[in-house]
Ligand binder design. Structure first.
Ligand code: ADP
Length: 511
């Protein structure tokens, strides 16, 4: 056969591969639901559906000051959170870098670093105000001798990796994600690893609660807005936690608490949805991302959606177009060191390209006018971020790159909407529609007509142009306009810190 193709054919084939049509969206949502049910019934599935032991949802009246430590994102954060009891809070925080050496070294070294960071925070910030008697609150803890009967400062740990929890303050690490691979941690209780590190350093800090960042987003959004059923992260990774009826969590077995109407937050670990990829729209560019990642075959869903990967998928598409035969389809065949390097294109670059196109952010509307001017901006972004020689990037190249970014972002948002739709269905708040027709189900909806609170966090949803708008547009396709309009998506600002504090409060009250 003669492969007589034009550049146009190749490009439209790439875009076609990146598109997810409405039927596919519906099928993915159904598969998502089935995998949720698998995870609720048994341990060891792709979607871990982890019971969190968080059984009450804040209403904004919670009060107190707590320490929170947040590991799992790009930065390590230590903060002191003051819940005012009127839906508001104040917070002081310090960020610390986590080097690749720490991420992949010995677990004890990593946890020692966490303890050191908390120590540094307490020392730098002078007097901790956290649940300490006034006499101590004014003194630096380092000055307090060990003989004194010093009360412990309660700390909530936000630990955003899959952990099989057995109580509010204990849980075993199932696997690392997002570039972490510290040795001798998997299978161990992360609260104990942290507490041992505090104890090694004679620090008067007690880790009383362990929360996932998704749970933090849910709790903090509930605190600030008076109600929330789903917390979702679209940052380095993606994941969600929602409020489930305990009777549906079959794997909890039978106990007095497990009965219909009793609630528990479940951390879905939806980043691991469909690791078999039977339902996901994998392209060769996605397969390459997966194959070269540190966790091939894992976190399949996340690799289509989150900030860690969108830039890398884009890079793969770009490089394949540079290499296209019989003639290059981008940059006259030029590549660059940056483009040749794994992870060489950050998702923030896609954001910049789209901002330039949409005329928002740095590229405010008055700065952009005609299509040609917008493409000039995009061309500048490409030259700068992909470190290409200026004369190798044409306006047509800029347009092609812009289309690639848009397709990849739309796909991420559409897939994200499947997860949200599945949770709305699972909690009885939506019926699913296929091709504009509602699936036959006449059961009344839960909280019909009411606001449905969803707390979100992460750079993608916070900074990517129109990510939420795109997610909503696809959600409307899946659950219909009435339900979609009632979904109140709000940023869970500082959700990790506030969520950990709210959890520490629950634990503190229980003791
Ligand atoms: P985390 O989830 O680690 O707490 P973030 O929510 O800040 O942290 O997400 C970091 C991820 O977001 C990184 O993978 C980065 O590539 C991506 N990112 C950073 N800035 C932007 C941006 N402006 N638009 C889209 N993605 C971004």
């Amino acid at each position: 056969a003669i492969y007589a193709h034009t550049g146009e054919d190749v490009l439209s084939s790439v875009f076609q591969q990146l598109d997810v049509d409405d039927d596919r969206l519906f099928n993915i949502t159904m598969t998502f639901l089935h995998e949720m049910w698998d995870g609720l019934n048994n341990y060891g599935h792709d979607m871990a559906m982890i019971p969190t032991f968080v059984r009450s949802i804040p209403d904004g009246s919670e009060k107190g000051t707590f320490l929170a430590l947040d590991l799992g994102g790009t930065n390590l954060r230590v903060c002191e959170v003051n819940l005012h009891g009127d839906k508001t809070f104040s917070l002081r925080q310090q960020k610390y870098k986590v080097s690749d050496a720490l991420k992949t070294g010995e677990a004890t070294t990593l946890f020692d670093y966490l303890a050191d960071s908390v120590d540094a925070f307490l020392t730098d910030s002078g007097s901790p105000n956290c649940a300490l008697p006034p006499s101590l609150a004014r003194r630096n803890l380092a000055e307090v001798s060990d003989e004194e009967d010093v009360p412990y400062i309660p700390l909530g740990l936000t630990f955003s990796f899959p952990v099989e929890q057995t109580a509010l303050d204990s849980g075993k690490l199932l696997t690392w994600t997002k570039g972490f691979a510290a040795k001798n941690a998997i299978g161990n209780d992360v609260v104990k690893l942290l507490q041992d590190a505090f104890d090694r350093k004679n620090m008067h800090v007690r880790c009383v609660a362990l929360v996932n960042d998704t749970v933090g987003a849910l709790l903090s959004r509930a605190y600030t807005s008076g109600g929330c059923i789903l917390g979702a992260i679209f940052g380095t990774g993606t994941n969600g936690a929602y409020v489930e009826d305990m009777a549906s969590i079959s794997k909890l077995g039978r106990s007095a608490a497990v009965k219909e109407g009793n609630l528990m937050v479940v951390n879905t670990e939806w980043g691991g949805f469909n690791n078999s990829r039977s339902a996901l729209p994998s392209t060769p560019y996605d397969n390459k991302v997966d194959r070269e990642s540190i966790n091939p075959g894992k976190q399949a869903f996340e690799k289509f959606i989150s900030g860690m990967y969108l830039g890398e998928i884009t890079r793969n598409v770009i490089v394949s177009l540079i290499d296209a035969a019989p003639k290059p389809l981008l940059f006259s065949g030029h590549s660059s060191k940056q483009l040749n390097k794994q992870w060489g294109v950050d998702t923030a670059v896609l954001s910049e390209v789209e901002e330039a196109w949409e005329g928002i952010g740095r590229f405010a509307p008055e700065d952009t006018g005609s299509t040609a001017e917008k493409l000039e901006h995009i061309r500048d972004v490409i030259i700068k971020r992909m470190e290409l020689p200026p004369d190798s990037v044409s306006l047509n190249d800029a347009d092609v790159v812009r289309k690639i970014c848009t397709h990849i972002a739309w796909r991420a948002a559409r897939l994200s909407s499947c997860a949200v739709a599945a949770v709305l269905f699972q909690t009885g708040r939506a019926r699913l529609t296929r091709g504009g027709e509602e699936t036959k189900n006449t059961a009344p909806l839960v909280d019909e007509g009411k606001r449905i609170g969803v707390g979100v966090d992460g750079s993608l949803v916070e900074h990517y142009p129109y990510f939420e708008k795109k997610l909503r547009a696809s959600l409307r396709v899946l659950v219909g306009e009435d339900v979609e309009r009632r979904v109140d998506i709000g940023l869970a600002k500082d959700g990790s810190g506030v969520g950990a504090a709210l959890c520490a409060l629950v634990a503190y009250r229980q003791n």
